[in-house]
Write a protein that binds this ligand. Structure first.
Ligand code: TYM
Length: 327
């Protein structure tokens, strides 16, 4: 089993990124050879302030480690440090069809009504396929919103294998049963997202305990007073239950029982404390790491280990396609 996954350093990661992806990366590293990437090249598919990109890249790298990614067991690195990503990305752009890219819902959502949409935002899934295939990953832990990109990655791997002979492993998505789609606190029909204009709609992993309490207190619920899991009829409360269950070791039925008849007030108060308790130790480790030289050392070692796997695979691809290899 070999795992690859990535997160974009665009904004500060949210509780959604943590519950849908990052926490699972930490669990999986015990069972699998794991590669975790800060996908900085993906982040610039939309404009990024240079100083902000710089800061967010350090932040996300430190958050991976603070959440429990262990650099002795997993390879942690920056996408831009391993040029093979861009190189295989180009080859994938030449394999993917224009129509396939046009059907990607993430592209449609991110480009709708916008002017000056970059070509990179359109070809983004080709680079993502390259990230995964470059490592011959067998499994890719992601949240629900990346499912379509994973399906395209599988199609591209199959297309390549058919055209040029067996080369790529076909990767399986790993989407958690609980927490794969954490919704906004102000609108339970929308995904919690770090790019939302309203900071009250998401909990950032670096929010202070008081901000977390305030945001949860203000989170929308519904006009009943019953803590019950029913995503169709009670999407907001169901989302809060999902967050609560994911941050503790209590199951959703246990929580429903615990809060039966007590209303939303005490439920929200305890939920806020559960989230704070989950994030506080992570934030403490984050502060020790973010400006440390240790972080730079870990990323340099990670890049070297990633290259050792990526480069031979890239050469194999060049060879299969008929490129003349340099001697
Ligand atoms: P990104 O940076 O948007 O998100 C990182 C991970 O967090 C998950 N996620 C969520 N999970 C649950 N609820 C939410 N509200 C929520 N929001 C985000 C995402 O599904 C993702 O797993 N394209 C990817 C980055 C990427 C990648 C890759 C991932 C690039 N190359 C190769 C895997 C393998 C993205 O934009 O993730």
């Amino acid at each position: 089993m070999r795992v690859f996954s990535g997160m974009q350093p665009s904004g500060t990661p949210t509780l959604g990124n943590y519950l849908g992806a990052l926490r699972h990366f930490v669990d999986i590293q015990d069972e699998a050879e794991s590669f975790y990437c800060v996908v900085d090249l993906h982040a610039v598919t939309v404009p990024q302030e240079p100083a902000a990109l710089h800061r967010q890249t350090r932040q996300l790298s430190a958050l991976y480690l603070a959440a429990g990614i262990d650099p002795r067991r997993s390879v942690l690195f920056l996408q831009s440090h391993v040029p093979a990503h861009s190189q295989l990305g180009w080859l994938m752009e030449c394999l993917v069809h224009y129509g396939e890219l046009g059907r990607m819902t993430q592209f449609k959502e991110k480009s709708e009504g916008k002017e000056g949409v970059s070509a990179g935002l359109f070809t983004y899934p080709a680079l993502m396929a390259a990230d995964i295939l470059l490592y011959q990953a067998t499994h890719v832990p992601v949240g629900e919103d990346q499912k379509q990109h994973l399906e395209l990655t599988r199609d591209l791997a199959e297309r390549f294998n058919k055209r040029y002979g067996d080369t790529f492993v076909i990767p399986e998505p790993m989407i958690p049963k609980v927490g794969s789609r954490i919704m906004s606190l102000d609108d339970p029909t929308k995904k919690m997202s770090k790019s939302s204009a309203n900071p009250g709609s998401y909990i950032s992993l670096l929010d202070s305990p008081d901000d977390i309490r305030k945001k949860i207190r203000r989170a929308v619920t519904d006009s009943e007073a019953e803590v019950r899991f029913d995503p169709q009829r009670k999407p907001a409360v169901s989302n809060l239950l999902t967050i609560y269950s994911s941050c503790t070791d209590k199951t959703i039925p246990e929580l429903e029982k615990q809060y039966s008849g007590v209303g939303y007030g005490p439920f929200k108060q305890d939920l806020a404390e559960a989230v704070v308790a989950r994030l506080e130790p992570l934030q403490e480790r984050y502060r020790e790491l973010v400006d440390s030289e240790e972080l730079d050392r870990i990323l340099a070692e990670g890049a070297a280990k990633a290259k050792a796997v990526a480069e031979p695979n890239l050469h194999l691809v060049f060879e299969r396609m008929g490129f003349l290899l340099p001697r």
